[in-house]
Design a protein around this ligand. Structure first.
Ligand code: ATP
Ligand code: MG
Length: 575
């Protein structure tokens, strides 16, 4: 390939509307262009990087016995009505009608279609297990398409589905996927951390997310640096620090707090009422029922845990008027002491606490001396709060850390969620019909490319790991007008291309500074520079993109040296 012929529209400056580094660099290095919010065209280099990732994924899926399919992007609505997700999923699903007014949707995932195929084709336990996968476009009308391809509305996913005749089989398929995922991310140069996750709308039991630590991430992951505990903040639990409470407290006492509405205001108003000494009272309407959620003043409510505690995802924060109707006061003066006819959930960090302050259910009044066991006997206990940095690890007690992460992949044990609703059954050994046990497993291709860039870049551009680099080597003659240098460059280029490397000859009539800048931006792992001064000495310059280390190599050792370098670059440790 000659640079003058391939299409690499690099940009000198950062695009104004891009924030994440990978987003900026994918635009600047000419990998992608935006068509609409969250919808991107891949240009030749972007496609090459994506294909590299897809090849790695495909090889590892085949290695665990996966068989590749390719399913439609447009699905009949009826299939999604059978599983119940037509009704369950909201605005994230693109829906449309055909000319006969039939309901259709664009596939945001493919459980329904794969289950329908399995239902039509699988009859007996003897045909199991199966692992079916595809690498296919997904469409999701994300609320906040963000950070370029990290969260697109159209993206490519490797999705796979396992079918087993029992739960032990599912465990095996799940573990195989976890191994395949570890290898995939490692081959892409990333250290992915497996974390326990909430399984959200997919339903099912166990679910593990693979996370890459990055500032561009939208997920918070809780880590223990001593043991292996790691969990998505949505699901993480911890042992909260325990302030010293008085051994005994007198009866609850009401006191005026004029104009005090927030936890902070109360702690400033009353020096005794530090945030960790307050009971924060939040009111939600849970399936039409006003419900109280109590937390320590310095803790935040986690809505995923609310869903787990209440067993429903149908809830919203109550309006001030609804609060007044249920409790007799507006937010800022609410509490649960003496509340009878309203369900109350309390976060377990409040268990056994004494000497607490909370709202009196009368505007501008609070109560003190609250002994949770004595004064709030009606509460249902649950884990409701977000972990905060410094809380103790639930496994080993070490202080926990929070880090921003990108979710690269997600594996779910679906269990019988789809086989029951869509009636996917096979005959077991005894000739009895049993539902098939399923798992589903996803990796976002473009997100993985962007995550690689997040981990592999510097101020000059992308510094690709060998395995994902859209092109591997660039040969940069300093000037195309220097005949001897150009001849050598052509020779090196031909030879490396003949050895099977993906090599580009920068044959543009540009100043060397411009060529080097572009090469650094696009990020070829290795640059070969036959410069006139080196050539005079019988040498050629090699530059490794990642380290920027330059070295002169004698011409007679050039190809051996290049092969050795490449072997080293291929074996570089993951990030
Ligand atoms: P997120 O929490 O980031 O929205 P998700 O839980 O919706 O992800 P899954 O439905 O489990 O994601 O999809 C599997 C994989 O597909 C994710 O791990 C991610 O790599 C990728 N993915 C999901 N949504 C997007 C998106 N909007 N843009 C790019 N990749 C995505
Ligand atoms: Mg999502």
């Amino acid at each position: 390939m000659r640079w003058s012929k391939i299409f690499i529209p690099t940009l000198r400056d950062d695009p104004a509307d891009a924030e994440a580094v990978s987003h900026k660099l994918m635009l600047r290095a000419g990998l992608v262009r935006q068509l609409a919010a969250g919808i991107y065209s891949k240009l030749p280099l972007g496609l090459r990087a994506a294909r590299k990732v897809e090849t790695i994924i495909r090889e590892e899926m085949v290695r665990i016995g996966g068989q590749e399919f390719h399913l439609p992007v447009i699905h009949p609505g009826d299939l999604w009505k059978e599983s119940g997700r037509w009704q369950q999923i909201g605005d994230e699903m693109f829906r449309l009608k055909d000319r006969r007014q039939g309901d259709y949707c664009l596939g945001m995932t493919h459980e329904e279609v794969f289950t329908a195929i399995a239902r039509d084709e699988l009859r007996s336990y003897r045909q199991l297990p199966q692992i079916w996968f595809q690498i296919q476009t997904k469409l999701r009308d994300e609320a906040r398409p963000k950070s370029g391809v990290l969260r697109g509305r159209e993206f490519t996913m490797k999705d796979s589905y396992s079918f087993d005749s029992d739960f032990a089989g599912l465990d095996v398929a799940f573990d195989r996927h976890a191994e395949a995922y570890r290898r995939i991310f490692e081959r892409c140069g990333l250290r992915a951390i497996a974390v326990q996750a909430s399984s959200g709308a997919m339903g099912g039991s166990e679910s593990v997310e693979f996370m890459s630590v990055s500032e561009a991430g939208e997920d918070w992951t809780v880590f223990c640096s001593r043991c292996d505990y790691a969990a998505n903040l949505e699901k993480a639990v911890s042992v909260a620090s325990r302030p010293d409470d008085p051994k005994e407290v007198p009866a609850v006492e009401k006191f005026p707090t004029p104009g005090v509405r927030t936890i902070d205001e109360l702690s400033r108003f009353d020096a005794q009422a530090k945030p960790e000494r307050q009971v924060k009272t939040l009111v939600y309407v849970v399936e039409d029922v006003p419900t109280l959620f109590l937390l320590r003043g310095d803790h935040e409510l986690n809505e995923v845990k609310v869903a787990e505690a209440t067993g429903t995802t149908t809830f919203r924060a109550a309006t001030p008027e609804e609060c007044r109707k249920a409790l007799g006061a507006l937010p800022g003066s609410l509490g649960a002491v003496g509340v009878k006819d309203v369900p109350v959930y309390a976060d377990d960090a409040l268990k056994g606490r004494r000497g607490m302050v909370t709202g009196a259910n009368e505007d501008d009044f609070h109560v003190r001396n609250v002994d949770v066991a004595r004064d709030l006997p009606q509460v249902k206990w649950a884990s409701l709060r977000n972990v905060i940095g410094g809380d103790a690890c639930p496994k080993c007690g070490n202080p926990l850390e929070l880090k921003k992460t990108i979710e690269l992949g997600h594996i779910f044990k679906l269990g019988l969620r789809y086989s029951e609703s869509m009636k996917l059954r096979v005959l077991n050994e005894q000739g009895k019909e049993v539902p098939v046990v399923m798992g589903s497993y996803g990796i976002g291709v473009e997100r993985l490319v962007a995550a690689v860039i997040e981990a592999y870049h510097d101020e000059d551009g992308i510094a690709w790991p060998w395995s994902v680099a859209p092109l591997e080597v660039v040969v940069t003659p300093v000037s195309i007008k220097d005949e001897a240098a150009m001849k050598k460059a052509e020779e090196i280029y031909e030879k490396l291309a003949a050895e099977g490397y993906e090599v580009v000859l920068d044959d543009r009539d540009e100043r060397p500074g411009v060529k080097f800048k572009d090469a650094d931006l696009v990020g070829f792992p290795l640059r070969v520079v036959p410069g006139p001064r080196s050539l005079e000495k019988g040498m050629v310059e090699l530059v490794e993109r990642a380290t920027k280390v330059k070295s002169e190599v004698p011409l007679d050792r050039l190809y051996d040296e290049i092969r050795e370098r490449i072997a080293r670059l291929k074996a570089a440790p993951v990030r």
